[in-house]
Design a protein around this ligand. Structure first.
Ligand SMILES: Cc1cc2nc3c(=O)[nH]c(=O)nc-3n(C[C@H](O)[C@H](O)[C@H](O)COP(=O)(O)OP(=O)(O)OC[C@H]3O[C@@H](n4cnc5c(N)ncnc54)[C@H](O)[C@@H]3O)c2cc1C
Length: 482
């Protein structure tokens, strides 16, 4: 019998989730004499690798120490997007009078109901990533912590699994921050915030990256008094300043108090509240909150794998080191997903897993560097990006021409009341070759796909301009002309 896992609150939905993703009565199988592939970690990267390889007839073992589905299903994309949908529903109601729709005054968010909806949906989705499904796909699923015993053997739950090739897909966790008193005061991360059943009255979110911004806006809309604390001079530091500023403006309109360039000096527990002592522009401030959510990046799960024994090189900050074919310093061991990639997205974990399947089972030469990777931060409006930023193109010496279409000049956006944002497209100067794009718009995550498709298919901006778009009135990027 495997170790029991409990997901709080232990209601019917979370029991269903655990029953699918780490069934308490699961008995690990007897290992096959030798596996073509042993995959450590059953998040997106591990699941896709295992399912794909087994589908091709390989003998595959998949190891998971916690819940199958990894971050995405349990403490990442799925629960966060469920919360964001509720936050958007609230904003629709709040802003309904703009459209002439009268709603009763005093509409409010029922936080426990929002969280229950999230738990229900997560449980309903969980069969896709379940032990039973992967068992039925022909994968030997082992629940327990896996580690390298020797050059051709991985141990899990006291069982020895011999392999021809192994894949490290152990993902990451919330990075810690060495602030005096923070650990003692206690804080939430993505691993615990989705277990809340009561709304914190005052919430400090440390870190204005994608997770911090998404959660800050959602909790502000739910009714928390949210302070978003960021050491950098802008939120979403990887994005263009103009795009980040649009998101900042909307977060502030939602009631989020944003402190940029802010250093947290100490945190203290004071009976029922937490005191944050911070410094901004040389001035010291005190902030009293009920809860702290830490979102300052990810730390790779490299510990305990015994990577030294198999000669896999790694770094405790950036993870397992791989070449372009996702091979580690040991040619029989590959890696996929957050553990080895700077692009920490579930669709990237999926794409890298497909490369690993080709390169481990066949004499594949598939390369990660050939991928065109879009991403999106699901604030409202969303901010999505693909390809190069203008400054990156300039650094590489690529001459750039940039076209910007503000949404307030797009009829359809005006009619929808979604004018906050823009579409910015970079082409190689003197040509229509797409280099990259950033979109700030309510549905930027969907809109970026068209530009991604064009980039992958080698279509230029002129071709995009000749495509007839079905729309009520207006092309989203109609006025971008060459
Ligand atoms: C709050 C949040 C929101 C997000 N939202 C989005 C989004 O909207 N869109 C998007 O694309 N991405 C999103 N992401 C990122 C996405 O969740 C990750 O990129 C994705 O889960 C990475 O998959 P992975 O398989 O590499 O790693 P993980 O999902 O982390 O899976 C790794 C698995 O390995 C297991 N493991 C680790 N060590 C061992 C061991 N020694 N033995 C056995 N098992 C082990 C872990 O328990 C875990 O289950 C979000 C992440 C977070 C935290």
């Amino acid at each position: 019998m495997t170790q029991s896992i409990h997901v709080i609150p232990e209601d019917t939905y979370n029991r269903t989730l655990v029953a699918h993703t780490h069934p308490p009565d699961w008995v690990n199988p007897e290992p096959a004499p030798c596996y073509n592939l042993v995959v450590i970690g059953a998040g997106t990267a591990g699941l896709v690798t295992a399912a794909g390889a087994a589908g091709l007839g390989a003998k595959v073992a998949l190891l998971e120490r916690n819940l199958m589905g990894g971050d995405c299903l349990n403490v990442g994309c799925v629960p966060s997007k469920a919360l964001l949908r509720a936050a958007r529903a609230y904003a629709e109601v709040r802003d309904a009078s703009r459209y002439g729709v009268e709603v009763p005054l005093g509409s409010r968010v029922n936080f426990p109901a929002v969280m229950e909806r999230m738990r229900r949906l997560r449980a309903e989705i969980s069969p896709h990533d379940s032990v039973a499904r992967f068992h039925n796909l022909g994968v030997d699923v082992f629940l327990g912590e896996g580690w390298f015993l020797s050059l051709d053997t991985i141990e899990v739950d006291g069982k020895k699994l011999r392999f021809r090739k192994a894949v490290i897909a152990t993902g990451g966790r919330a990075a810690a921050l060495p602030i005096p008193g923070l650990a003692e005061a206690g804080y939430l991360t993505n691993e615990t915030v989705f277990s809340l059943t009561e709304l914190p009255r005052r919430l400090a979110v440390i870190g204005a990256g994608p997770i911090g911004c998404e959660m800050a806006q959602a909790f502000a809309r739910f009714g928390s008094q949210v302070s978003l604390l960021e050491v950098a001079p802008q939120i979403l530091i990887r994005e263009d300043r103009d795009a980040a500023e649009r998101i900042q403006r909307v977060l502030e309109q939602d009631g989020v108090s944003i402190a940029l360039g802010c250093n947290i000096r100490a945190v203290k527990n004071q009976s029922t509240e937490k005191l944050i002592i911070l410094e901004q522009h040389g001035v010291s401030h005190e902030l009293h909150v009920d809860a702290i959510l830490l979102g300052v990046g990810r730390a790779p799960n490299v510990e305990g794998l015994n990577l030294e024994v198999v000669g896999v090189e790694y770094d405790t900050k950036v993870g397992v080191k791989v070449n372009d074919r996702l091979q580690t310093a040991n040619p029989c061991i590959y890696a996929a997903g957050d553990i080895c990639s700077a692009y920490k997205f579930t669709h990237m974990a999926d794409a890298l897993a497909r490369i690993v399947i080709q390169n481990t089972l066949f004499l594949g030469r598939a390369k990660a560097s050939t991928l065109t990777v879009p991403w999106c931060t699901y604030t409202d409006p969303e901010i999505a990006h693909v390809g190069l930023y203008e400054k990156e193109a300039e650094e590489k010496g690529i001459p750039v021409q940039t076209f910007v279409q503000e949404l307030h000049d797009v009829d359809r956006a005006r009619l929808d009341g979604e004018v906050e944002g823009f579409v910015k497209v970079h082409v190689r100067k003197g040509s229509d070759k797409l280099l990259g794009a950033t979109i700030v718009a309510r549905h930027a995550g969907e809109m970026i796909s068209e530009l991604t498709l064009a980039m992958v298919g080698g279509l230029g901006l002129k071709t995009l301009a000749t495509v007839i778009h079905q729309t009520a009135r207006d092309l989203r990027i109609r006025s971008i002309t060459l």
